[in-house]
Ligand binder design. Structure first.
Ligand code: NDP
Length: 456
Protein backbone atom coordinates (compact mmCIF):
# COMPACT_ATOMS: atom_id res chain seq x y z
CA UNK A 1 0.00 0.00 0.00
CA UNK A 2 1.32 3.44 -0.96
CA UNK A 3 1.43 5.91 1.91
CA UNK A 4 1.79 9.17 0.05
CA UNK A 5 -0.80 10.99 -2.04
CA UNK A 6 -0.11 14.26 -3.90
CA UNK A 7 -3.18 16.03 -5.28
CA UNK A 8 -2.51 18.55 -8.05
CA UNK A 9 -5.42 20.99 -8.34
CA UNK A 10 -5.69 21.52 -4.57
CA UNK A 11 -8.32 24.26 -4.49
CA UNK A 12 -10.38 22.82 -7.35
CA UNK A 13 -13.94 21.56 -7.20
CA UNK A 14 -13.02 17.87 -7.39
CA UNK A 15 -10.68 18.04 -4.41
CA UNK A 16 -13.16 20.07 -2.36
CA UNK A 17 -16.27 18.06 -3.12
CA UNK A 18 -14.94 14.53 -3.51
CA UNK A 19 -11.30 13.82 -2.72
CA UNK A 20 -10.99 15.48 0.70
CA UNK A 21 -14.34 14.01 1.89
CA UNK A 22 -13.30 10.58 0.56
CA UNK A 23 -10.05 10.79 2.52
CA UNK A 24 -12.00 11.67 5.67
CA UNK A 25 -14.23 8.61 5.06
CA UNK A 26 -11.14 6.41 4.63
CA UNK A 27 -9.56 7.89 7.76
CA UNK A 28 -12.75 7.19 9.73
CA UNK A 29 -12.86 3.63 8.41
CA UNK A 30 -9.28 3.00 9.55
CA UNK A 31 -8.08 2.51 5.95
CA UNK A 32 -5.27 5.08 6.08
CA UNK A 33 -2.25 4.07 8.13
CA UNK A 34 -0.52 6.36 10.63
CA UNK A 35 2.20 7.01 8.09
CA UNK A 36 -0.19 8.31 5.42
CA UNK A 37 0.84 11.73 4.04
CA UNK A 38 -1.34 14.03 1.94
CA UNK A 39 0.16 16.89 -0.07
CA UNK A 40 -2.12 19.30 -1.93
CA UNK A 41 -0.60 21.37 -4.68
CA UNK A 42 -1.72 24.26 -6.84
CA UNK A 43 -0.60 27.64 -8.03
CA UNK A 44 -2.81 29.77 -5.78
CA UNK A 45 0.10 30.40 -3.44
CA UNK A 46 -1.78 30.27 -0.15
CA UNK A 47 -0.05 29.68 3.16
CA UNK A 48 -0.37 26.20 4.64
CA UNK A 49 -2.48 27.71 7.42
CA UNK A 50 -4.89 29.26 4.92
CA UNK A 51 -5.19 26.02 2.96
CA UNK A 52 -5.89 23.96 6.07
CA UNK A 53 -8.62 26.39 7.07
CA UNK A 54 -10.15 26.15 3.58
CA UNK A 55 -9.89 22.34 3.62
CA UNK A 56 -11.69 22.22 6.99
CA UNK A 57 -14.50 24.38 5.59
CA UNK A 58 -14.85 22.19 2.50
CA UNK A 59 -14.91 19.07 4.64
CA UNK A 60 -17.68 20.52 6.79
CA UNK A 61 -19.59 21.44 3.65
CA UNK A 62 -19.14 18.30 1.59
CA UNK A 63 -17.88 15.61 3.95
CA UNK A 64 -20.36 15.85 6.81
CA UNK A 65 -21.05 12.10 6.50
CA UNK A 66 -17.60 11.43 8.01
CA UNK A 67 -17.12 11.93 11.77
CA UNK A 68 -15.79 15.36 12.84
CA UNK A 69 -12.62 13.80 14.24
CA UNK A 70 -11.71 12.22 10.88
CA UNK A 71 -12.36 15.51 9.03
CA UNK A 72 -10.21 17.38 11.52
CA UNK A 73 -7.42 14.84 11.19
CA UNK A 74 -7.35 15.25 7.38
CA UNK A 75 -7.51 19.06 7.46
CA UNK A 76 -4.88 19.43 10.16
CA UNK A 77 -2.33 17.06 8.67
CA UNK A 78 -2.46 18.13 5.01
CA UNK A 79 0.68 19.69 3.56
CA UNK A 80 0.20 22.49 1.03
CA UNK A 81 2.63 23.55 -1.70
CA UNK A 82 2.51 26.19 -4.39
CA UNK A 83 3.56 24.77 -7.76
CA UNK A 84 2.82 25.12 -11.44
CA UNK A 85 1.85 21.57 -12.36
CA UNK A 86 3.51 21.93 -15.77
CA UNK A 87 6.93 22.93 -14.42
CA UNK A 88 9.40 20.12 -13.68
CA UNK A 89 11.24 22.40 -11.23
CA UNK A 90 7.97 22.97 -9.32
CA UNK A 91 6.59 19.43 -9.31
CA UNK A 92 9.89 17.85 -8.21
CA UNK A 93 9.58 18.97 -4.55
CA UNK A 94 5.86 18.09 -4.52
CA UNK A 95 6.49 14.44 -5.33
CA UNK A 96 9.84 13.99 -3.57
CA UNK A 97 9.86 12.02 -0.34
CA UNK A 98 10.23 8.61 1.18
CA UNK A 99 8.98 5.81 -1.07
CA UNK A 100 6.47 5.79 -3.91
CA UNK A 101 3.79 8.42 -4.28
CA UNK A 102 0.36 8.41 -5.95
CA UNK A 103 0.03 11.62 -7.97
CA UNK A 104 -3.59 12.63 -8.55
CA UNK A 105 -4.13 15.03 -11.46
CA UNK A 106 -7.29 16.87 -10.32
CA UNK A 107 -6.54 19.35 -13.09
CA UNK A 108 -8.24 20.58 -16.25
CA UNK A 109 -7.67 17.87 -18.90
CA UNK A 110 -5.81 20.37 -21.12
CA UNK A 111 -3.08 20.49 -18.45
CA UNK A 112 -2.55 16.69 -18.29
CA UNK A 113 0.13 16.44 -21.04
CA UNK A 114 2.15 19.31 -19.57
CA UNK A 115 1.97 17.79 -16.09
CA UNK A 116 2.89 14.28 -17.21
CA UNK A 117 5.86 15.76 -19.09
CA UNK A 118 6.89 17.67 -15.95
CA UNK A 119 6.60 14.47 -13.87
CA UNK A 120 8.74 12.63 -16.41
CA UNK A 121 11.40 15.34 -16.36
CA UNK A 122 11.36 15.69 -12.56
CA UNK A 123 11.36 11.89 -12.07
CA UNK A 124 9.08 9.90 -9.79
CA UNK A 125 10.23 7.53 -7.03
CA UNK A 126 10.09 3.85 -8.16
CA UNK A 127 6.67 2.21 -7.73
CA UNK A 128 4.78 5.52 -7.98
CA UNK A 129 1.35 5.79 -9.61
CA UNK A 130 -0.40 8.47 -11.67
CA UNK A 131 -4.14 9.06 -11.40
CA UNK A 132 -5.97 10.93 -14.16
CA UNK A 133 -9.51 12.16 -14.28
CA UNK A 134 -11.84 12.03 -17.25
CA UNK A 135 -12.05 13.12 -19.99
CA UNK A 136 -8.90 11.26 -20.95
CA UNK A 137 -7.68 13.38 -23.83
CA UNK A 138 -9.87 15.51 -26.05
CA UNK A 139 -10.12 13.12 -28.98
CA UNK A 140 -8.59 9.88 -30.20
CA UNK A 141 -5.30 11.45 -31.33
CA UNK A 142 -4.71 13.27 -28.04
CA UNK A 143 -5.63 10.14 -26.03
CA UNK A 144 -3.08 8.10 -28.02
CA UNK A 145 -0.44 10.80 -27.47
CA UNK A 146 -1.21 10.98 -23.74
CA UNK A 147 -0.97 7.19 -23.40
CA UNK A 148 2.42 7.30 -25.11
CA UNK A 149 3.60 10.05 -22.80
CA UNK A 150 2.41 8.19 -19.70
CA UNK A 151 4.26 5.06 -20.79
CA UNK A 152 7.49 7.07 -20.62
CA UNK A 153 6.88 7.79 -16.94
CA UNK A 154 5.28 4.72 -15.32
CA UNK A 155 4.16 1.26 -16.52
CA UNK A 156 0.54 0.82 -17.62
CA UNK A 157 -0.35 -1.00 -14.34
CA UNK A 158 0.59 2.19 -12.49
CA UNK A 159 -1.74 4.44 -14.52
CA UNK A 160 -5.18 4.91 -12.97
CA UNK A 161 -7.62 6.55 -15.40
CA UNK A 162 -10.43 6.86 -12.94
CA UNK A 163 -14.11 6.98 -13.74
CA UNK A 164 -16.00 7.34 -10.49
CA UNK A 165 -19.16 5.92 -12.05
CA UNK A 166 -17.51 2.50 -11.97
CA UNK A 167 -17.06 2.79 -8.20
CA UNK A 168 -20.66 3.79 -7.54
CA UNK A 169 -22.44 0.88 -5.88
CA UNK A 170 -25.47 1.71 -8.01
CA UNK A 171 -23.46 1.13 -11.17
CA UNK A 172 -21.81 -1.98 -9.78
CA UNK A 173 -25.28 -3.22 -8.93
CA UNK A 174 -26.01 -3.48 -12.67
CA UNK A 175 -23.33 -6.12 -13.01
CA UNK A 176 -24.03 -7.70 -9.63
CA UNK A 177 -27.73 -8.12 -10.38
CA UNK A 178 -27.07 -9.56 -13.81
CA UNK A 179 -24.51 -12.10 -12.72
CA UNK A 180 -25.74 -13.17 -9.30
CA UNK A 181 -29.34 -13.89 -10.27
CA UNK A 182 -30.37 -16.98 -12.17
CA UNK A 183 -33.49 -15.26 -13.48
CA UNK A 184 -31.74 -12.42 -15.31
CA UNK A 185 -28.73 -13.65 -17.28
CA UNK A 186 -30.64 -16.20 -19.45
CA UNK A 187 -32.86 -13.40 -20.78
CA UNK A 188 -30.07 -10.80 -20.97
CA UNK A 189 -29.88 -10.67 -24.75
CA UNK A 190 -31.54 -9.24 -27.84
CA UNK A 191 -34.12 -12.05 -28.03
CA UNK A 192 -35.70 -10.58 -24.89
CA UNK A 193 -34.43 -7.02 -24.57
CA UNK A 194 -35.58 -4.44 -27.10
CA UNK A 195 -33.85 -1.35 -25.78
CA UNK A 196 -31.53 -0.16 -23.05
CA UNK A 197 -31.52 3.49 -22.03
CA UNK A 198 -28.57 4.85 -20.07
CA UNK A 199 -29.64 8.26 -18.87
CA UNK A 200 -28.01 10.98 -16.80
CA UNK A 201 -30.42 13.92 -16.96
CA UNK A 202 -29.71 16.53 -14.34
CA UNK A 203 -31.48 19.63 -13.12
CA UNK A 204 -28.10 21.20 -12.29
CA UNK A 205 -27.06 23.85 -14.81
CA UNK A 206 -23.50 25.02 -15.40
CA UNK A 207 -22.96 26.08 -11.76
CA UNK A 208 -19.89 28.20 -12.53
CA UNK A 209 -17.92 25.44 -14.26
CA UNK A 210 -17.60 27.16 -17.67
CA UNK A 211 -13.79 27.05 -17.51
CA UNK A 212 -13.87 23.30 -17.94
CA UNK A 213 -17.30 22.52 -19.38
CA UNK A 214 -17.39 25.00 -22.25
CA UNK A 215 -14.34 23.30 -23.76
CA UNK A 216 -15.84 19.83 -23.35
CA UNK A 217 -19.65 19.74 -23.69
CA UNK A 218 -22.07 16.96 -22.81
CA UNK A 219 -20.70 14.39 -25.28
CA UNK A 220 -17.11 14.55 -24.02
CA UNK A 221 -17.99 15.25 -20.40
CA UNK A 222 -20.46 12.39 -19.92
CA UNK A 223 -21.11 10.13 -22.90
CA UNK A 224 -17.51 9.40 -23.94
CA UNK A 225 -16.58 8.16 -20.48
CA UNK A 226 -19.26 7.60 -17.80
CA UNK A 227 -22.12 6.48 -20.02
CA UNK A 228 -19.97 4.27 -22.27
CA UNK A 229 -18.53 2.64 -19.15
CA UNK A 230 -22.04 1.89 -17.88
CA UNK A 231 -22.86 0.48 -21.32
CA UNK A 232 -19.88 -1.85 -20.95
CA UNK A 233 -21.19 -3.21 -17.64
CA UNK A 234 -24.69 -3.67 -19.03
CA UNK A 235 -23.57 -5.42 -22.21
CA UNK A 236 -20.36 -7.28 -21.33
CA UNK A 237 -20.06 -11.06 -21.42
CA UNK A 238 -19.78 -12.52 -17.90
CA UNK A 239 -16.12 -12.13 -16.86
CA UNK A 240 -14.20 -15.01 -15.28
CA UNK A 241 -13.47 -12.81 -12.29
CA UNK A 242 -13.75 -9.18 -11.24
CA UNK A 243 -9.95 -8.89 -11.41
CA UNK A 244 -8.52 -6.11 -13.54
CA UNK A 245 -7.63 -8.22 -16.56
CA UNK A 246 -10.90 -10.14 -16.86
CA UNK A 247 -13.09 -7.13 -16.23
CA UNK A 248 -11.25 -4.80 -18.59
CA UNK A 249 -10.92 -7.40 -21.37
CA UNK A 250 -14.67 -7.95 -21.35
CA UNK A 251 -15.37 -4.19 -21.30
CA UNK A 252 -13.18 -3.51 -24.30
CA UNK A 253 -14.97 -6.32 -26.19
CA UNK A 254 -18.17 -4.28 -25.85
CA UNK A 255 -16.56 -1.08 -27.12
CA UNK A 256 -15.05 -2.96 -30.04
CA UNK A 257 -18.45 -4.39 -30.92
CA UNK A 258 -20.13 -0.99 -31.34
CA UNK A 259 -21.21 -0.71 -34.96
CA UNK A 260 -19.25 2.20 -36.48
CA UNK A 261 -21.55 5.13 -37.21
CA UNK A 262 -21.73 6.57 -40.71
CA UNK A 263 -22.59 10.25 -41.30
CA UNK A 264 -26.12 9.13 -42.08
CA UNK A 265 -26.32 7.20 -38.78
CA UNK A 266 -25.09 10.26 -36.88
CA UNK A 267 -27.76 12.40 -38.54
CA UNK A 268 -30.51 9.93 -37.62
CA UNK A 269 -29.31 8.60 -34.29
CA UNK A 270 -27.79 11.51 -32.43
CA UNK A 271 -29.13 14.77 -31.02
CA UNK A 272 -27.39 17.77 -29.49
CA UNK A 273 -28.83 20.88 -27.89
CA UNK A 274 -28.16 23.83 -25.60
CA UNK A 275 -30.41 25.20 -22.87
CA UNK A 276 -32.17 28.53 -23.17
CA UNK A 277 -33.21 30.67 -20.19
CA UNK A 278 -35.84 29.11 -17.97
CA UNK A 279 -36.74 28.10 -14.43
CA UNK A 280 -35.44 25.01 -12.71
CA UNK A 281 -36.81 24.06 -9.28
CA UNK A 282 -38.11 27.59 -8.71
CA UNK A 283 -34.81 29.22 -9.72
CA UNK A 284 -34.17 31.41 -12.76
CA UNK A 285 -31.47 29.96 -14.96
CA UNK A 286 -29.87 32.09 -17.70
CA UNK A 287 -29.41 30.71 -21.20
CA UNK A 288 -26.22 28.64 -21.46
CA UNK A 289 -24.84 31.09 -24.01
CA UNK A 290 -25.27 33.88 -21.40
CA UNK A 291 -23.60 32.00 -18.52
CA UNK A 292 -20.46 33.61 -17.17
CA UNK A 293 -17.31 32.40 -18.92
CA UNK A 294 -19.15 30.76 -21.84
CA UNK A 295 -18.05 31.56 -25.39
CA UNK A 296 -21.34 31.23 -27.35
CA UNK A 297 -19.36 30.94 -30.58
CA UNK A 298 -18.05 27.53 -29.48
CA UNK A 299 -21.59 26.18 -29.72
CA UNK A 300 -20.98 23.76 -26.87
CA UNK A 301 -23.86 21.34 -26.33
CA UNK A 302 -25.41 20.84 -22.88
CA UNK A 303 -27.54 17.92 -24.06
CA UNK A 304 -26.33 14.91 -26.03
CA UNK A 305 -28.05 11.73 -27.12
CA UNK A 306 -26.51 8.88 -29.09
CA UNK A 307 -28.17 5.60 -30.06
CA UNK A 308 -25.77 2.73 -30.63
CA UNK A 309 -25.99 -0.87 -31.80
CA UNK A 310 -23.64 -3.68 -30.90
CA UNK A 311 -22.51 -6.19 -33.48
CA UNK A 312 -22.45 -9.35 -31.44
CA UNK A 313 -24.31 -12.62 -31.13
CA UNK A 314 -25.87 -11.49 -27.85
CA UNK A 315 -26.90 -7.99 -28.81
CA UNK A 316 -27.63 -7.73 -32.51
CA UNK A 317 -31.16 -6.25 -32.66
CA UNK A 318 -31.12 -4.30 -29.36
CA UNK A 319 -30.66 -0.51 -29.32
CA UNK A 320 -28.67 1.29 -26.65
CA UNK A 321 -29.61 4.91 -26.12
CA UNK A 322 -27.13 7.05 -24.17
CA UNK A 323 -28.49 10.43 -23.10
CA UNK A 324 -27.44 13.26 -20.82
CA UNK A 325 -28.42 16.88 -20.31
CA UNK A 326 -28.05 19.79 -17.95
CA UNK A 327 -30.69 22.22 -16.58
CA UNK A 328 -33.51 19.77 -17.24
CA UNK A 329 -36.84 19.79 -15.45
CA UNK A 330 -36.12 16.71 -13.39
CA UNK A 331 -33.26 14.49 -12.39
CA UNK A 332 -33.44 11.15 -14.12
CA UNK A 333 -30.31 9.08 -13.63
CA UNK A 334 -30.89 5.47 -14.47
CA UNK A 335 -30.37 2.44 -16.62
CA UNK A 336 -33.74 1.32 -18.02
CA UNK A 337 -33.82 -2.13 -19.59
CA UNK A 338 -36.95 -2.49 -21.71
CA UNK A 339 -37.98 -6.06 -22.52
CA UNK A 340 -39.88 -7.12 -25.61
CA UNK A 341 -43.63 -7.72 -25.57
CA UNK A 342 -44.80 -11.20 -24.68
CA UNK A 343 -45.16 -13.24 -27.89
CA UNK A 344 -48.81 -14.08 -27.28
CA UNK A 345 -51.52 -12.97 -24.85
CA UNK A 346 -54.33 -15.55 -24.42
CA UNK A 347 -57.83 -14.32 -25.40
CA UNK A 348 -59.62 -12.96 -22.39
CA UNK A 349 -56.45 -11.68 -20.70
CA UNK A 350 -56.76 -8.03 -21.60
CA UNK A 351 -55.90 -6.28 -24.81
CA UNK A 352 -52.21 -5.59 -24.32
CA UNK A 353 -49.52 -6.15 -21.71
CA UNK A 354 -47.04 -3.28 -21.25
CA UNK A 355 -43.44 -4.45 -21.74
CA UNK A 356 -41.49 -5.21 -18.58
CA UNK A 357 -38.91 -2.60 -17.63
CA UNK A 358 -36.09 -3.17 -15.17
CA UNK A 359 -34.72 0.11 -13.84
CA UNK A 360 -31.47 0.62 -11.97
CA UNK A 361 -31.64 4.03 -10.31
CA UNK A 362 -28.09 5.40 -10.32
CA UNK A 363 -28.74 8.45 -8.12
CA UNK A 364 -30.56 8.05 -5.82
CA UNK A 365 -30.07 4.32 -5.62
CA UNK A 366 -33.11 2.18 -6.36
CA UNK A 367 -34.17 -0.81 -8.36
CA UNK A 368 -37.63 -1.35 -9.81
CA UNK A 369 -39.20 -3.92 -12.07
CA UNK A 370 -42.34 -3.03 -13.96
CA UNK A 371 -44.54 -6.10 -14.38
CA UNK A 372 -48.13 -6.66 -15.43
CA UNK A 373 -50.68 -8.51 -13.32
CA UNK A 374 -54.40 -9.14 -13.24
CA UNK A 375 -56.49 -5.98 -12.87
CA UNK A 376 -59.55 -5.41 -10.73
CA UNK A 377 -62.12 -6.14 -13.46
CA UNK A 378 -62.52 -9.45 -15.26
CA UNK A 379 -60.21 -9.72 -18.26
CA UNK A 380 -58.20 -6.63 -17.35
CA UNK A 381 -54.54 -6.23 -16.70
CA UNK A 382 -52.87 -3.73 -14.38
CA UNK A 383 -49.30 -2.53 -13.93
CA UNK A 384 -47.40 -3.83 -10.89
CA UNK A 385 -44.11 -2.43 -9.74
CA UNK A 386 -41.64 -4.27 -7.55
CA UNK A 387 -39.27 -1.91 -5.76
CA UNK A 388 -36.07 -2.72 -3.90
CA UNK A 389 -33.76 -0.48 -1.93
CA UNK A 390 -30.20 -1.79 -2.05
CA UNK A 391 -28.15 -1.26 1.16
CA UNK A 392 -26.22 2.04 1.39
CA UNK A 393 -22.57 1.92 0.27
CA UNK A 394 -19.88 1.40 2.90
CA UNK A 395 -17.57 3.97 1.30
CA UNK A 396 -18.29 6.86 -1.09
CA UNK A 397 -17.29 6.16 -4.71
CA UNK A 398 -14.16 8.32 -4.48
CA UNK A 399 -13.20 6.59 -1.21
CA UNK A 400 -13.26 3.26 -2.98
CA UNK A 401 -11.28 4.67 -5.94
CA UNK A 402 -8.62 6.25 -3.76
CA UNK A 403 -8.25 3.05 -1.76
CA UNK A 404 -7.81 1.07 -4.99
CA UNK A 405 -5.14 3.54 -6.13
CA UNK A 406 -3.23 3.30 -2.85
CA UNK A 407 -3.55 -0.51 -2.84
CA UNK A 408 -2.65 -0.81 -6.51
CA UNK A 409 -5.87 -2.47 -7.69
CA UNK A 410 -6.60 -1.20 -11.20
CA UNK A 411 -9.81 -3.17 -11.85
CA UNK A 412 -12.04 -0.09 -11.69
CA UNK A 413 -9.74 2.17 -13.67
CA UNK A 414 -9.80 2.47 -17.46
CA UNK A 415 -6.98 0.74 -19.35
CA UNK A 416 -5.19 2.76 -22.02
CA UNK A 417 -6.63 0.77 -24.93
CA UNK A 418 -10.14 1.14 -23.49
CA UNK A 419 -9.80 4.91 -23.34
CA UNK A 420 -8.73 4.96 -26.99
CA UNK A 421 -11.52 2.62 -28.07
CA UNK A 422 -14.12 4.82 -26.35
CA UNK A 423 -12.91 7.76 -28.45
CA UNK A 424 -13.01 5.58 -31.57
CA UNK A 425 -16.72 4.89 -30.89
CA UNK A 426 -17.52 8.60 -30.77
CA UNK A 427 -15.11 9.96 -33.40
CA UNK A 428 -17.79 9.80 -36.14
CA UNK A 429 -20.16 11.82 -33.94
CA UNK A 430 -17.53 14.44 -33.09
CA UNK A 431 -16.60 14.72 -36.76
CA UNK A 432 -20.20 14.97 -38.06
CA UNK A 433 -21.19 17.47 -35.36
CA UNK A 434 -18.16 19.62 -36.19
CA UNK A 435 -19.39 19.66 -39.80
CA UNK A 436 -22.89 20.65 -38.63
CA UNK A 437 -24.51 17.52 -40.06
CA UNK A 438 -26.67 17.57 -36.94
CA UNK A 439 -28.30 20.87 -35.93
CA UNK A 440 -27.61 22.32 -32.50
CA UNK A 441 -31.18 22.39 -31.10
CA UNK A 442 -32.25 24.27 -28.00
CA UNK A 443 -34.54 23.63 -25.04
CA UNK A 444 -35.78 25.86 -22.24
CA UNK A 445 -34.06 25.25 -18.91
CA UNK A 446 -36.49 23.31 -16.73
CA UNK A 447 -38.04 21.43 -19.70
CA UNK A 448 -37.73 17.76 -20.67
CA UNK A 449 -35.04 18.58 -23.24
CA UNK A 450 -35.17 19.32 -26.97
CA UNK A 451 -38.23 18.31 -28.98
CA UNK A 452 -37.83 15.23 -31.14
CA UNK A 453 -36.71 16.17 -34.62
CA UNK A 454 -38.06 14.75 -37.88
CA UNK A 455 -35.15 13.20 -39.74
CA UNK A 456 -35.75 12.81 -43.46
P1 NDP B 1 -11.44 23.05 -11.31
O1 NDP B 1 -11.30 23.98 -12.44
O2 NDP B 1 -12.40 23.36 -10.22
O3 NDP B 1 -10.02 22.85 -10.59
C1 NDP B 1 -8.83 22.68 -11.30
C2 NDP B 1 -7.68 23.02 -10.38
O4 NDP B 1 -6.46 22.85 -11.12
C3 NDP B 1 -7.69 24.46 -9.88
O5 NDP B 1 -7.28 24.43 -8.53
C4 NDP B 1 -6.63 25.12 -10.77
O6 NDP B 1 -5.99 26.21 -10.19
C5 NDP B 1 -5.65 23.99 -10.88
N1 NDP B 1 -4.72 24.21 -11.99
C6 NDP B 1 -4.99 24.46 -13.28
N2 NDP B 1 -3.86 24.58 -13.99
C7 NDP B 1 -2.84 24.41 -13.11
C8 NDP B 1 -1.44 24.40 -13.21
N3 NDP B 1 -0.81 24.60 -14.37
N4 NDP B 1 -0.71 24.19 -12.09
C9 NDP B 1 -1.31 23.99 -10.89
N5 NDP B 1 -2.63 23.96 -10.74
C10 NDP B 1 -3.39 24.17 -11.82
O7 NDP B 1 -11.74 21.64 -11.95
P2 NDP B 1 -12.40 20.37 -11.26
O8 NDP B 1 -11.82 20.19 -9.90
O9 NDP B 1 -13.86 20.44 -11.38
O10 NDP B 1 -11.93 19.20 -12.22
C11 NDP B 1 -10.63 18.63 -12.18
C12 NDP B 1 -10.64 17.36 -12.98
O11 NDP B 1 -11.55 16.45 -12.39
C13 NDP B 1 -11.10 17.53 -14.43
O12 NDP B 1 -10.36 16.66 -15.23
C14 NDP B 1 -12.57 17.11 -14.37
O13 NDP B 1 -13.03 16.61 -15.60
C15 NDP B 1 -12.51 16.01 -13.34
N6 NDP B 1 -13.77 15.75 -12.67
C16 NDP B 1 -14.38 16.71 -11.94
C17 NDP B 1 -15.57 16.44 -11.29
C18 NDP B 1 -16.26 17.48 -10.48
O14 NDP B 1 -17.39 17.24 -10.06
N7 NDP B 1 -15.64 18.63 -10.21
C19 NDP B 1 -16.22 15.11 -11.37
C20 NDP B 1 -15.47 14.16 -12.16
C21 NDP B 1 -14.30 14.48 -12.77
P3 NDP B 1 -6.30 27.71 -10.74
O15 NDP B 1 -7.52 28.14 -9.99
O16 NDP B 1 -5.06 28.44 -10.39
O17 NDP B 1 -6.52 27.62 -12.24
Amino acid sequence: MINRLAVFGATGDLNARYLLPALAALRADGRLGDRFELTCVDRAGWSEEEFRRWAAEQLDLHGAAAPAEARKSVAESVRYLRADATSAADVGPAVAGDGPVAVYLALPPAVFPGTVTALRDAGLPGGSRIVLEKPFGEDLASAVALNRLLSEVVPEQAVFRVDHFLAMTTVQNVLGSRLANRVLEPIWNSAHIAEVEIVWDESLALEGRAGYYDGAGALKDMVQNHLLQVLCLVAMEPPLSLGERDLRDRKIDVLRSVRPLTDDDVARRTRRARYLAGRVAGRDVPAYAEEEGVDPGRRTETFAEVTLELESWRWSGTTFRLRTGKALGRDRKEVAVRFRQVPYLPHGLGAEAAPNVLRFGLEPESMTLALTGIGAGAGTLAPLTLTAQPPPPGLPAYGRLLLDVLRGDAALSIRGDEAEEAWRVLEPVISAWSRDLVPLDDYPAGSHGPAMREVG
